[in-house]
Design a protein. Sequence first.
Length: 285
Amino acid sequence: MTTAPGPRIDVVYHDITVRILEVLRVRRVTPRMVRVTLGGPELEGFVDRSPADHVKVFFPEPGAELPVLPRVADDGDGLDFPTRAPFPVSRDYTTRRFDPVAGELDLDFVLHGRGVAARWAERAEPGMRLGVAGPRGSIVVPWEFDWYLFAGDETALPAIARMLEDLPEGVPVKVFLLVDDAGEEEEIPTRADAEIVWLHRGGLAHGEGDFLEKAVRGVEFLPGLPFVWVAGEAGELKPVRRYLHRELRLNRDYTDVDGFWKRGVVNLDHHEPQDEDDEDNVPAG
Ligand SMILES: Cc1cc2nc3c(=O)[nH]c(=O)nc-3n(C[C@H](O)[C@H](O)[C@H](O)COP(=O)(O)OP(=O)(O)OC[C@H]3O[C@@H](n4cnc5c(N)ncnc54)[C@H](O)[C@@H]3O)c2cc1C
C-alpha cells in the first residue's frame, strides 16, 4: 500500500494455488510473439485483479508431458520447492487475458530463440500441459492519476496492452514500446487518449541500445500527477530508473521500473533489487 498523499495503490494478496492447465489454442500474434490460450478444469477459482498480474509458469522437462511442481507451503503462504532433483523449472509471465466465463487464460510469449520458456512456446500446440502458480498478489493502481507514462520492450507489452485496454475514456497516456521492427507492432484497443510510439531496434540484439532511456528522457511531462510504469531488460532500465527517481525525483510509489529479464541471465529473479534505486515487487508464486 502506498503512503504518498495522492491516489492509493493497494497490494491485494491471493491464496496461492498450483494448477496444471492445458493448451487450448496457439496463435502467432506477430512473427516473434505467440499467444497461448490455456484452460481445463483446474482453471476454476483463478483470480486476476490487475493488468500487471503475473503467474509463475512451470515447464515440463524435454520429453516429459507434465512439469515438476512445487507444493503450496503448509501455512498456505508461498511455495515449497524440493531440495533435490527433479527441480521445477519456472518463468514469470503476465496474464494477458483471463475470461472466467469461457474458462480461458492467455499468456503471450516472446520468441527470443533461447531459454526453456521461449523454446516451449515455439512448439506449443493444443493438448500440451503447463503448471501455473499465482498470481500471488495484485498491485491495484487506481485510474485516478492525471496522466500515465508506460514504456517497455516486448516482455512488457502484454501488461502495457492490458493497462491500455483497461484505462477509462480520454485519460492521457504516453506509451513507448520497443520491438525489433514494424512487423512486431500489435493493434492495441484503448479508450484512453493514448499516444503510442513504437521504437524499432533496427537489428540490434534485445537489451542492447538506449532506446527506452532516450524516449523517456524526451517526454514532455503533462501538468498534474503521473503514474509511470516501465519494464524490460534490467540493464537497459537502470538509466531510466535513475533518471525518473534521481533526476526528476518522481514519487517512487508512483514510479515502477521493473527489470523483467537480463541479458545473459537465466530466469532473472525480478524481486532481487536491480540497483540501489530499486524496490521489491509482489511475488507471482
Ligand atoms: C513480472 C514479469 C512478467 C513477465 N511477463 C512476460 C510476458 O508476458 N511475456 C514474455 O515473453 N516475457 C515476460 N516476462 C519475461 C520472461 O519471464 C523472461 O524473458 C524469461 O527469462 C524467459 O524465459 P526463457 O526460458 O525464455 O529464457 P531464460 O532461460 O530465462 O534465459 C535464456 C537466455 O535468454 C535471454 N532472454 C530471456 N528473455 C529474453 C528476451 N525477452 N529477449 C531476448 N533474450 C532473452 C536471457 O538473458 C538468457 O541469456 C516477464 C517477467 C516478469 C518478471
